[in-house]
Design a protein around this ligand. Structure first.
Ligand code: SAH
Ligand code: SF4
Ligand code: F3S
Length: 484
C-alpha cells in the first residue's frame, strides 16, 4: 500500500446549490453514482474493490494521477500498488517511443492476469492515447482493454468511472482538444507535505521534435485566484512545499485578460502562510524575464533551483528545433542568473541525435555543459514522433555516431554534476525529509533547496519536517549528511 495518502474530503461535498450546468457539480454527482456501483460489486465479491494507478511520464501526469486517485478514493475504492487489483489504470506518456513500448510490454502482462480474472478492468489514459494510431493498435492487439480516455476529458473521470462500472464493453472517449479548465475535483496526494499545482495546461511552442502540443492541446492558464485558493487550501492541510506546474510557466497568464504574470503569481504564492518552499517547472529559456530573476533573487521561499532545458548547445540545431534562442543568448541568461543568485542550481534537458545534427554540434553541446556548469541534466536520444515537423527531417548521424555522441554528453554531465554539486560539501543546509530510505530503514532521504538529495540517519517521525544537515560526503548526484 502507499505510504502517504490523504484525501481532501471538503472538496467533494457539495456546498453550492445544485446546478446541472456546472460540470464540477455534475461530476461530483457521478462520484456518488460510482460509489453505489462499486458497493454493488463489493457485495457480490464479498470484499473491498481496489484499484492500481500506474503513472508514466512527467509531473503533469503525476498530478493527473493524484486526481484519478482522488476520485477513486471518493468512490470508496481502495488504492493499491499491486497490479493484481480489480481496476488497473495506466496513465501513459508518449514523449519518446520507449515510453510507448514500456506500456505495450506491461499491457501484455495485464492481459495474462485478466485471463485468470475476467472481472479485471483495464484502463488506459494520458498522452499516448491521444494518438489515433495508438488507439487502433490497442483495439486490435489488446482488445481486453476496457476503457481508453484522453488528457482533455480527465475532469470527466467520475463519469467515465461510472461507465466502466456499468460494464459497457470497450469504452473509448478521447477528445481532440478542449478550451476548458475545470476546477475542483477531489485529489489524493502522494505526499502529505508537498504537492504539485497546475498553473497552466497544454503548450503552444511546437518545438519541432515534440509531441506534447499535439497530445496536450493549446496553452491554457488557470485563473490566479483559483491557483492561490488551491495553494492556501494545501497549506491548510499541511503542505509546505508546492511545485507550480506547466510546460512553459514563463508564459503564464498569456491570453487571460488582466491576469498577473508568472513573477506576479510567484509573489502572491510567497504570501501564503504555511508555504515554506516554492518550486516550478518547466521554464522555457526564451520567455524567462528579468523580472523573474529579480523575484527569485529576493524571495525567501522560492527554491534555489532552476530547470532550464537547453536541448542543444549548437545554435544551428536550436534553430532547426524551433527553440527560438541561440547558444549565446542561453549562456547569457545563465550568467545573469548566476550573478543574481550565486548558489543557484541549474539543471537541464539535452537531446542527442536530432535529425540534421552532426558530431560538431554535439561538441558544442559538450562545451556548453561545461560553460553552463549544470548540477544535473536529463539526456535523451532523439525519438521520432509521428506528426511532428522533425519526423520529416533526415538524420545525418548513424546510430553508432549518435550513441557515441550520447556517451560523450553523458560523461560531460556526470563530470560537471560531481564538480558542481560538491560546491556545497561541508556546508550545513536545510533539507525537507521526504521518506525513509528504502534500503536502510535507519536512514531518511531529504531534499535540499537546490533539489539535491541527502541521506542521513533518522526515522519515519521526521518525514515532512525540515532538518539542518551538514553535507559530509558528495556521492556525485547526492550527499550523505549528518543532522546538526
Ligand atoms: N516543456 C518542457 C519539456 C517537456 S518534455 C520544456 O520545453 O522544457 C521533457 C523533455 O523531453 C524535453 O525537454 C526534451 O529534452 C525531451 N524530449 C521531448 N521530445 C523528445 C523527443 N522527440 N525525443 C527525445 N527527447 C524528447
Ligand atoms: Fe515540447 Fe517545446 Fe512545449 Fe516543451 S516547450 S512541451 S519541448 S513543444
Ligand atoms: Fe509525457 Fe505527456 Fe508529460 S507525453 S512528458 S506525460 S505531457
Amino acid at each position: 500500500m502507499h505510504a502517504f495518502r490523504d484525501v481532501d474530503y471538503d472538496r467533494y461535498t457539495i456546498t453550492k446549490e445544485y446546478d446541472p450546468d456546472v460540470e464540477t457539480v455534475r461530476q461530483r454527482d457521478m462520484i456518488r453514482r460510482a460509489a453505489e456501483l462499486a458497493k454493488e460489486r463489493e457485495d457480490r465479491l464479498g470484499r473491498r474493490l481496489n484499484a492500481c494507478v500506474v503513472t508514466f511520464g512527467c509531473q503533469m501526469n503525476a498530478r493527473d494521477s493524484e486526481k484519478i486517485n482522488g476520485v477513486l478514493t471518493a468512490a470508496g475504492i481502495e488504492l493499491t500498488d499491486d497490479e493484481n487489483a480489480d481496476i488497473v489504470i495506466y496513465n501513459t506518456c508518449t514523449v519518446r517511443d520507449n515510453a510507448n513500448q514500456r506500456v505495450y510490454g506491461r499491457l501484455g502482462n495485464l492481459g495474462v492476469m485478466k485471463k485468470k480474472h475476467p472481472d479485471k478492468m483495464i484502463v488506459l489514459c494520458g498522452c499516448m492515447v491521444q494518438e489515433a494510431a495508438v488507439i487502433e493498435k490497442i483495439r486490435q492487439t489488446y482488445p481486453f482493454v476496457d476503457m481508453i480516455f484522453g488528457t482533455h476529458n480527465i475532469y470527466k473521470f467520475p463519469e467515465l468511472l461510472v461507465r466502466l462500472l456499468e460494464d459497457e464493453g470497450m469504452i473509448i472517449d478521447v477528445w481532440k482538444k478542449t478550451d476548458s479548465v475545470v476546477e475542483d475535483l477531489p485529489v489524493v496526494r502522494k505526499y502529505p507535505f508537498k504537492s504539485g499545482v497546475n498553473i497552466m495546461f497544454g503548450c503552444d511552442n511546437f518545438c519541432s521534435y515534440c509531441i506534447v502540443p499535439y497530445v496536450r492541446g493549446r496553452e491554457r492558464s488557470r485563473m490566479s485566484g483559483e491557483i492561490l485558493e488551491e495553494v492556501r487550501r494545501l497549506a491548510d492541510t499541511g503542505v509546505s512545499e508546492v511545485m507550480l506546474l506547466g510546460q512553459n510557466v514563463n508564459s503564464y497568464g498569456r491570453g487571460l485578460e488582466g491576469e498577473i504574470s508568472f513573477p506576479g503569481l510567484l509573489k502572491e504564492v510567497e504570501k501564503v502562510e504555511g508555504i515554506r518552499r516554492i518550486r516550478f517547472m518547466t521554464s522555457h529559456p526564451k520567455d524567462l524575464s528579468d523580472e523573474l530573476i529579480e523575484v527569485m533573487a529576493e524571495s525567501r521561499k522560492i527554491c534555489s533551483h532552476l530547470h532550464l532545458p537547453v536541448q542543444s548547445g549548437s545554435s544551428r540545431v536550436l534553430e532547426m528545433m524551433n527553440r527560438k534562442y541561440t547558444r549565446e543568448s542561453y549562456l547569457e541568461l545563465v550568467y545573469k542568473l548566476r550573478k543574481a543568485m550565486p548558489d543557484l542550481s541549474i539543471t537541464t534537458d539535452i537531446i542527442v541525435g536530432f535529425p540534421g545534427e552532426e558530431a560538431a554540434d554535439v561538441d558544442e553541446t559538450v562545451s556548453l555543459i561545461h560553460e553552463a556548469a549544470y548540477d544535473n541534466a536529463f539526456t535523451f536520444i532523439y525519438s521520432k514522433r509521428a506528426g511532428t515537423p522533425a519526423a520529416y527531417y533526415e538524420s545525418r548521424m548513424s546510430a553508432e555516431e549518435i550513441s557515441e555522441g550520447f556517451n560523450r554528453v553523458l560523461a560531460a554531465v556526470q563530470k560537471e554534476a560531481r564538480k558542481n554539486v560538491s560546491r556545497f560539501s561541508g556546508r550545513t543546509m536545510e533539507a525537507l525529509v521526504e521518506e525513509v530510505n528504502e534500503k536502510d530503514s535507519g536512514y531518511v532521504t531529504g531534499r535540499l533547496s537546490g533539489n539535491v538529495l541527502v541521506h542521513f540517519k533518522g526515522d519515519a517521525s521526521m518525514v515532512g519536517t525540515y532538518q539542518n544537515i551538514k553535507l559530509t560526503e558528495n556521492k556525485g548526484f547526492y550527499y550523505i549528511g549528518e543532522r546538526v
